[in-house]
Design a protein around this ligand. Sequence first.
Ligand code: NDP
Ligand code: SSN
Length: 350
Amino acid sequence: MAAAAFLCARAAAAALRPPSRGLSRRLLASRVAAASSSGEGGGGVEFQGKVGFLGLGIMGAPMASNLIKAGCDVTVWNRTKSKCDPLLSLGAKYEPSPAEVASSCDVTFAMLADPQSAAEVACGAGGAAEGLAPGKGYVDVSTVDGATSKLIEERITSTGASFLEAPVSGSKKPAEDGLLIFLTAGDESLFKRVAPLLDVMGKSRFYLGDVGNGAAMKLVVNMVMGSMMVSFSEGLLLSEKVGLDPSTLVEVISQGAISAPMFSLKGPSMVKAAYPTAFPLKHQQKDLRLALALAESVSQSIPTVAAANELYKAAKSLGLADHDFSAVIEALKAKAESSQQQQFVQLSCH
Ligand SMILES: NC(=O)C1=CN([C@@H]2O[C@H](COP(=O)(O)OP(=O)(O)OC[C@H]3O[C@@H](n4cnc5c(N)ncnc54)[C@H](OP(=O)(O)O)[C@@H]3O)[C@@H](O)[C@H]2O)C=CC1
Ligand SMILES: O=CCCC(=O)O
């Protein structure tokens, strides 16, 4: 373990929040420098070693990019190889399989679409586990269910390596700005070892104990978010239908007790029926499906989430899976149209 060594601290990271766009090299370097000179955050935390990153989608690419800009020695892999190119231009290395990344790095992060891909990349043929060994670490930051996370943990730890689940709250922009919230669980010494890396990519980190707890926390947060988006969509449509300006509704909500960054961020484009993808709708529906299973496992009823899930499923069947999850409003519009048509047919039959 030699190559990259850098210093950073949570306090320094918090004090050096970025401006509106992704973190610049200068800013990330200054986080590192401030941490080493200020002695804040427990005297600065040192990470030594090479970092692997598997999965360079909407979230993985900016996260890996921030690590590179902070001075880490990063090796990347992505199923679709072309998505590695921007990272290679920033100075990343490339290995042709997850196993080769894991074997050439000290700690490997994975940011994958869903439980199936997370398990495949960690445990499948050519997967990360094949390259792991004692002393190495594997950190899965994908959103998956607890059972999948435990399955990955079992396979990873069978190699002698350590495992941390660390799903994130925060979307594309917080990923670009290094402002994610990590919900971690698993090996506590790995958590401490990768803390400087989490602090480059995020603004806070929670350690929640046993593997499964990070996944559960993430699913609970996202089920609340998914239902909020449906409720907001219903409000936007109803306001329009009764003759109000939905843009005014967005403004009114932003000033009151139910204001949320999500409404202010997504509302204006939803009013224009534009859904630039930050959080793909298919992933939100996956999270609701997993949250429903989590609730089922403890016999809790979550009827609002169940209803919201049906709408996301309807939106997927309208071809909106890869749009932002705010496009769920289109499923409500389609529902309204079809019930209007039904009413028309009934009236014309009488
Ligand atoms: N976008 C967001 O706002 C947030 C997303 N998340 C979660 O983070 C994870 C990633 O999300 P995001 O980056 O948005 O998703 P993307 O769909 O943009 O990226 C998914 C990544 O998974 C890879 N992948 C998918 N299937 C496979 C497979 N079978 N084998 C290997 N690789 C595969 C993709 O590779 P390829 O490029 O080849 O398709 C890509 O790198 C998800 O679990 C999501 O729920 C968490 C917080 C916020
Ligand atoms: O999983 C996606 C979360 C998106 C967000 O927290 O804004």
